[in-house]
Design a protein around this ligand. Sequence first.
Ligand SMILES: Cc1cc2nc3c(=O)[nH]c(=O)nc-3n(C[C@H](O)[C@H](O)[C@H](O)COP(=O)(O)OP(=O)(O)OC[C@H]3O[C@@H](n4cnc5c(N)ncnc54)[C@H](O)[C@@H]3O)c2cc1C
Length: 473
Amino acid sequence: MADKIYDVAIIGSGPAGYTAAIRAGQYGLKTALIEKNAKLGGTCLHVGCIPTKALLFNAEIYDHLKEGKEFGLVGAENVKLDWAAIMQRKNKIVLKHAKGLEFLMKKNKVTTIAGYGRLTGPAKSGVFDIEVEGAGGARTITKAKNVLLATGSEARMLPGLEPDARILTNIEILSLDSIPKSLIVVGAGAVGVEFASIYKSFGSEVTILEMLPRLVPLEDEEISKELARVFKKRGINFYVGAKVDKVEKTKDGVAVSITADGKAQKIEAEKILIAVGRKPNTENIGLEKVKNIKVERGFVHTNEWMETGEPGVYAVGDIVAGMPQLAHAGAMEGLVAVARIAGKEAKPLKRELIPGATYCEPQIGSVGLTEAAARERKLDISVGKFPFAGNSKATIVGSHDGFVKVVAGAKYGEILGVLFNEPAATEMISEAVTAMENESTIEEMMFTVHAHPTLYEAMGDAFASVYGMAINA
Ligand SMILES: Cc1cc2nc3c(=O)[nH]c(=O)nc-3n(C[C@H](O)[C@H](O)[C@H](O)COP(=O)(O)OP(=O)(O)OC[C@H]3O[C@@H](n4cnc5c(N)ncnc54)[C@H](O)[C@@H]3O)c2cc1C
């Protein structure tokens, strides 16, 4: 019997790969999804987005109960954490969605193939041979007309360190037996500040070490400042401009030598989390066998349709050069790539319209240009800012921290960027993304009705504040 030839084979079942597979199935493409792990879902589902947000929700409820008196919930402040139950709930959520993915693959007629996939060379007569190494080292060949590389990323470590029970990455920290008394977090990007926030809420003494001069260094400076203010209020310690010189194991934990403010210091804790970025998984997937794929520092270059230089080979997700390592970016890249393969209508992804979402407490949401980036480009801009202190729903939920900041073109009122810092920022950013995707102006958004009382009502005020016309401030 002739070998089956798939229209597309996808290597990696994270959000970039599984989203592409489902859509490819919907388009009627013969689709194979190759995954080396026992379960589908990748970093995002198993050791990233989903388990962290499950823990963050526990942390949020716990924080509210600790302040129960303010809400008339007498005695709530004495609530105890059952760590095993918290971990069980998190695991149940992950498992439910992993099973959901298996169901979706069947529903959309996607063939899942267990094993480690790698390219063996360019297409011969339009067909690629993908070697799949299964359990026990058995090797088989999967044939496909197109290949989507979606192999994702893994945590970078500091030189000389290996993860273990005390030196943690995002993987180990998500299955601890107990809440550490103290935790050092190296790196104040999204992953670092989220774990810092979670474990502080659960009672750990948390210290963040960041090499750059501010927390969340990729966000607007005012956001970093506000986050630093709230983290200080919450008792989260941090050093910025801090260089980690050495990490040593002590009898019960770790000792970290740092240089901060020109001074050498030593900090000790029970555990240390290394959250200094993510390395693309592009070694040993056969890229060297396909000469036309440009790889730079491990990242794969693509055009706006996610095509690499090798006809028929696409790259999506965390491995793509110049794109943010975010699940929703990868998922959309997957959709663009398979639409291209299927010859369907699609829109290339615009880098500046991919929202950033950081789920610490307080949350951060952002899209488009920061004020500093707009000024660097010498754009003629107007900036509006609305603080949540003027929003009635913020008073109801007991959180007045943060603001909405809007960066707009001074002449035509086009929206260039929107940034938030407050409890529901990651949900509220959606309005800004939609407005920018549809090229709405400030005037149009000022006459868009916002339900009352809501947190997102602050958007209407923030848009109006560009012209100094916010109602509630
Ligand atoms: C702690 C943490 C929290 C995060 N929170 C968020 C968040 O809230 N929102 C957000 O948008 N992003 C978040 N991210 C980032 C997000 O997880 C990634 O951007 C996303 O998972 C990338 O998707 P991907 O499909 O490219 O790769 P991955 O999710 O990494 O999946 C890649 C898959 O490919 C498989 N694979 C690799 N090589 C091979 C091979 N050769 N053969 C077969 N299979 C292979 C892997 O086993 C894996 O299943 C978070 C990340 C971390 C670490």
